[in-house]
Design a protein around this ligand. Sequence first.
Ligand SMILES: Cc1cc2nc3c(=O)[nH]c(=O)nc-3n(C[C@H](O)[C@H](O)[C@H](O)COP(=O)(O)OP(=O)(O)OC[C@H]3O[C@@H](n4cnc5c(N)ncnc54)[C@H](O)[C@@H]3O)c2cc1C
Length: 296
Amino acid sequence: MDDLIVIGGSFAGLAGALQLVRARRKVTVIDTGLPRNRFAPHSHGLLGHDHKAPLDILAEARQQLTRYPTLNLVNARATAIAGALDDFSVTLDSGEVLKSRRILLAYGIADQMPDLPGFAECWGQSIVPCPYCDGFEVAGKHWGLLWSGPHAAHAASLFLDWTDHLTIFADGHDIAPEIRADLARRNIELVEGKVTGIAHRDGQISAVTLDGARSVAIDVLFAHPRNRPSANLHEALGIALVENPLGATIKIDDRRETNVPGIYAAGDLANPMASVTLATSQGAMAAIFAQQSMLK
Ligand SMILES: Cc1cc2nc3c(=O)[nH]c(=O)nc-3n(C[C@H](O)[C@H](O)[C@H](O)COP(=O)(O)OP(=O)(O)OC[C@H]3O[C@@H](n4cnc5c(N)ncnc54)[C@H](O)[C@@H]3O)c2cc1C
């Protein structure tokens, strides 16, 4: 029996595993190798790893973890969780069943690509979600923001720290008059109409097409597709969620424990503010709280 099974071996999951194997606890990490930022050529903002390829950072982390004898890294998909505190079972897609006293859910979220020609091809390269992740490299250029609801108003004002040339694509949304007035006051251009396509070459955006007819040239587009958890393992357990404007995250308490005793959650799955730095710190804390609930 393991002390901890981690489901999802990316930034949050591996950071959690590292803390517990260093405490000589038995840990199994189950992973399918599909981190959310795998579409991006570089990861930014993680101290000591800035501008490295996301998969290179994870490969290095996995390599470093191999020196710990109590770690078991399994390349597989977890398909079900059963049991209760001190006696959980996790089923793999191979049919194998693993047992543990605690579980850390770190399987992240999956962005749902809109049905827009060209969008998926540019995702991670020239259509990106986060200015802290990718803004510096395109600072001062002509940015677009695909409006996804009232929460996008904050992004519009934030982006002015990176560029003075920002165009908002309303994409058929009914934007409130006070938001329109605020955008006008900040000299942010608002383009009406439904976005119908993305013009690009090899993933580098050149323009947004509107109503199938006109197009507006831009250098980079920021967008916030709806998302959902990458797996549904929490559903059968009755784990509570918190809704947010783009999807839902797992509800946790201040020790990162869900409403099911012994099951913890970390990373994008339990935090709508996505970041590798936050995911690693939350994964570490979740695992430490799990360990401290098992002291002799
Ligand atoms: C385009 C893009 C660019 C980004 N750029 C940056 C950046 O530059 N800097 C930054 O800080 N953040 C960036 N982010 C955010 C960053 O990707 C996330 O915050 C981070 O990946 C979250 O880590 P995580 O461990 O929570 O989840 P993830 O990295 O998504 O990892 C989840 C893991 O769980 C695995 N998994 C899923 N289901 C199962 C299952 N059933 N069984 C086993 N394993 C499973 C997956 O294969 C994956 O390895 C970017 C995001 C996007 C979309």
